[in-house]
Design a protein around this ligand. Structure first.
Ligand code: OAD
Length: 248
């Protein structure tokens, strides 16, 4: 057992980390907490934007009712995010992609911090705040923090309005991405679940699928979650303090 004084990584997990070739990591808002991004449920905060609760302004209904207001909210968040940086947990996972021959990073986060740390081919279950999607033809465009386009922006291809390419309350996941994540979860040998309350489905099903397909399941979170009881190991603590320990 290796211990930092606060948390412990078992000898078995160290050996599995050294010997596994197929690894999957599922991340949630907690992985960006040490970068300064508020979690959804961890802090007990209820975000209010101009009098509207977070789940109202971030809803499919609001896209239909007031798309410019939805843009204003996501522009505000993008501008805040631009000032934040990836933390040691993002950095560690970016290093892991070179270490394992079959590495998959699946995230519920839309903040783009994994990519800014150097992760590639991230499976973004809930989309990205750094992309816009056309309501008509579905074409995607990159967004920048200081985007001075009209709101809502108009698609050059078909003339329809564009919306943020994120999954809003009341919407389905983007086609194909969850299926790819399930396929990787089924074949991984080692699965980490980092910084998610594991209550939002279908994302929370991925660790269950990995575990039932024979993977060794490890949770990294300061608090216990509904997944903790099926994990082979629960490492209680902050992702930015724990994950860098694995490649030391
Ligand atoms: P939550 O806010 O539900 O959970 C964040 C988790 O991170 C909690 O379990 C915290 O204990 C944990 N945590 C906090 N700080 C941490 C740290 N430094 N290191 C590791 N863990 C830490 O966020 P998610 O589980 O990501 O969906 O929420 C899932 C989905 O719910 C979101 O993607 C969003 C929301 O509805 C959509 O917007 C579609």
């Amino acid at each position: 057992m290796q211990t930092s004084g606060v948390f412990e990584i078992s000898k078995e997990l160290r050996e599995r980390f050294a010997l596994s070739s197929s690894v999957l990591v599922l991340t949630g808002a907690g992985v960006s907490a040490e970068s300064g991004v508020p979690t959804f449920r961890g802090g007990g905060q209820t975000a209010i934007w101009k009098g509207m609760p977070f789940d109202v302004i971030s809803s499919a209904r609001m896209v239909e009712r007031d798309l410019p207001a939805v843009w204003e909210w996501f522009d505000y968040r993008r501008n805040l995010l631009e000032k934040l940086s990836p933390n040691p947990a993002h950095d560690a996972m970016a290093r892991w992609q070179a270490r394992f021959s079959d590495f998959t990073l699946v995230t519920q986060n839309i903040d783009g911090l994994h990519q800014r740390a150097g992760s590639r081919d991230v499976l973004e279950l809930h989309g990205s705040i750094w992309r816009a999607r056309c309501n008509g033809c579905g074409s995607l465009t990159e967004l920048h923090s200081q985007d001075n386009d009209e709101r809502p922006p108009v698609c050059f291809e078909c003339g329809n309005s564009k919306r943020p390419d994120v999954v809003l309350f009341g919407e389905m996941l983007p086609a194909g991405v969850f299926e790819r994540a399930v396929e990787r979860a089924t074949r991984c040998e080692l699965c980490f679940v980092v910084g998610t309350s594991a209550i939002v489905y279908p994302a929370a099903a991925l660790p269950e699928i990995a575990r039932s397909s024979g993977a060794y399941l490890v949770e990294v979170n300061p608090e216990r979650t509904p997944l903790s009881s099926i994990c082979d190991e629960v490492i209680q603590g902050k992702a930015g303090e724990i994950l860098p320990f694995f490649d030391q």
